[in-house]
Design a protein around this ligand. Structure first.
Ligand code: NAP
Length: 250
């Protein structure tokens, strides 16, 4: 088991990623808060963590870019040492649309940001964690979505399919590296209060749909962060290749 406490949270400046970065820092992890363009949010979070005695740094990197991902992991090696926990969380959503109105540019953008990015970060993490490469193990938690089960008809099938790919990545990689000291699991949140729904063109989407959620409310980023932390911790030491649904029963 990897006893070092170094975590990378992609898309860690806002939403679920920010809650996760904050939780890991409060548990004594040195946290790399990755962001793409919102430096202000990432810096504000880093200030908050540092003020409460936590250790973190912000790293700007577009995780859909291979060069940026390689640079981010190298930066973490240098500043904190090899990563022990990777939380693949960065993701995007486009305006609600039927499939017959989607362009190839849109679909490719969703796939490179939500799928290629996860593969690239997993690759760099495995190279550092795997006993095959002289590492001491580690944990990867992928943030998928309940959309991989629902398919998101009339909203964003492209996004839902990208999360289906994340589920399959989780399963395949978990089996590939299970004997090399690495556990790979994923969380599948349902409707969570974050900025993402505004990107889909409907900031109040969670409120509109809350009556169909059995628990009758949307989720909070902190509730997802707790599940991610559990999957990253030794408390879940016999879990790999699993999906944890956090959708209020939906
Ligand atoms: P959010 O508030 O919109 O935050 C998204 C984060 O991802 C931001 O920090 C953003 O960086 C970052 N990001 C996007 N593309 C990136 C890239 N190419 N490189 C680096 N960072 C990138 O979204 P969220 O709701 O917290 O979503 C986090 C994850 O949860 C996503 O994977 C999403 O699909 C999943 N999820 C969300 C919900 C929900 O209801 N909210 C439900 C299921 C699953 P900047 O801050 O620099 O823009």
């Amino acid at each position: 088991m990897n006893k070092s406490k170094v975590a990378i949270v992609t898309g860690g400046g806002r939403g679920i990623g920010a809650a996760t970065a904050q939780l890991f820092a409060s548990k004594g992890y040195s946290v790399c808060i990755n962001y793409k363009s919102n430096a202000e949010a990432a810096d504000a979070l880093a200030e908050q963590i540092t003020a409460s005695g936590g250790k973190c740094m912000t790293v700007q990197a577009d995780v859909s870019s291979e060069a940026d991902v390689v640079r981010m992991f190298a930066t973490v090696d240098k500043e904190f040492g090899p990563v022990s926990i990777l939380v693949n969380n960065a993701g995007i959503l486009k305006k609600q649309s039927r499939l017959d109105e989607m362009t190839a540019d849109r679909i490719n953008s969703i796939l490179i940001n939500n799928v290629t990015s996860y593969f690239l970060c997993c690759r760099e993490a495995v190279k550092r964690m795997s006993t095959r490469y002289g590492g001491v193990g580690g944990v990867i938690v992928n943030v998928s979505s309940g959309a991989s089960r629902s398919g998101s008809p009339n909203e964003y099938i492209d996004y839902a399919a990208s999360k289906g790919a994340v589920d399959t990545l989780t399963k395949g990689l978990s089996l590939e590296v299970a004997a090399e000291g690495i556990r790979v699991n994923c969380v599948r949140p349902g409707l969570i209060h974050t900025d993402m729904h505004a990107d889909g063109g409907e900031p109040e989407r969670v409120e509109r749909l809350k009556s169909i959620i059995p628990l009758q409310r949307g989720g909070e980023p902190e509730e997802v962060a707790e599940a991610i932390y559990w999957l990253a911790s030794e408390k879940s030491s016999f879990s790999t290749g699993n999906y944890l649904d956090l959708a209020g029963g939906l």
